[in-house]
Design a binder for this molecule. Sequence first.
Ligand code: NDP
Length: 484
Amino acid sequence: MKISKYIKNYIGGALVPADSGEYLDNISPFNGEVYSHIPDSDITDVQKAVEAAERAFPEWSSCGIEKRFRILNRLADIIEQNLDTFAHAESMDSGKPITMSKSVDIPRAHANIRFFATASMHYAAESHHMEKSAINYTMRQPIGVVGCISPWNLPLYLFTWKIAPALASGNCVIAKPSEITPMTAFLLAQACEEAGLPAGVLNIVHGLGTKAGQAIVEHIKIKAISFTGGTSTGRSIARIAAPMFKKLSLELGGKNPNIIFADCDFDKMIFDTLRSSFSNNGQICLCGSRIYVQRPIYEKFKEEFVKRTQFLKVGDPFSPITDLGALVSQQHIEKVMSYIELAKVEGGTVLCGGNIVEVTDEKLKGGYYLRPTIIEGLPPYCRTNMEEIFGPVVTITPFDTEEEALQYANSVDYGLSSTIWTQDITKAHRLAEQIQAGIVWVNCWLVRDLRTPFGGVKHSGVGREGGWEALRFFTEAKNVCVKY
Ligand code: NDP
């Protein structure tokens, strides 16, 4: 398994260039240089992938759960055995610290595959008995050929989060990673060959979202789309896929509140708030970017939070002491900087950060490094507090009452996740019930149990991933009614 300067598509079990022979540059955010090239795929490549998937489907969908379980577990083992190669590729593509790639992204990728391979072995359909009359039983059958499209922030982690339940349920998959972070998907294709995944069961098509991605969404033979990415992309996918009656799972953006009450365990809260604000440079859909702090501890929080943020080390993703690596692209760092400027116009005060890092290390020159940024003094309903920035930028705002905090929390179009810090369990439950979000963390952040439903409300998405939800999404329910 190796990184290559020329990434290939994985279609019908073979590593192949795009039919057009065209390539796109793959730039590393580490230094802003082109370090590899990816196939600029289009409808022709998607068509070939669909044909391969259709050929593979009859055998894969009927070979039995155990066979799929064994192959998928082998795949998970291969990823685990090649941790260093995968982790290096992930950090090179995304700019995230190698420590994070090694401890979070890649371990989670093989955990996803093992989890869904195992879950499908335990998955049972329901039956409904009508007394003295009939018995209904529900078959859960694979859909056929399905599409999985994932973003750049947690590349292999989210790619496998979709592919694994799709494959474990007996579907054949056409998958597209983000064009910005393609390398670990290319390594995954090589691992699939080694694991003995039959040709055409998984097809990976690289390229632009608006070209290769859209061709997947538009293809008539692809019957379900599982998408994770931005809300506006999700909207355009829904516009195309809904009238075609495709099954749709949309995991979209977030602008998550972090509500900190004066009665919280301060030390635990401050430790986790630093993580929930700046992990992966704030480029996690679950990061808490709106921090609301109850007034009695606001000044204490502000002082401690700013102090700890200023200690964070920004720089070389491959150094073991780096906390924040590079942002993912030039375009993205410009977007984040534009929000910092907007925040100032909206009346915000930058307490720390707000600037691009002038790197002294020659090998990092040209990379996209930004100091983690804390802003205060903004009105709760300004654009900075309502729109997703998706960078190392948070706002802090004081509040007085529980009602006020709830109103702020629910005031945005998004509803992905939320965090509540309090020692009052009654208050925590009360708020958890009323917060408009798919996920509520109480006195913690990013504690993930893969069995739980995952997803958002409002503009943060449609549908749920995780556990049985994912297996339900990737299967069609058929009721069989037997009269006796
Ligand atoms: P995008 O929406 O830009 O892209 C996501 C994926 O969709 C990429 O593979 C992209 O390809 C592809 N794509 C882009 N346009 C189309 C199209 N018209 N048709 C089909 N596919 C398309 O998101 P980002 O990659 O910028 O990711 C960041 C966003 O993802 C943030 O908003 C974040 O909140 C969200 N996100 C949500 C999560 C959740 O679980 N709710 C988890 C993680 C991130 P390409 O990159 O090649 O353009």
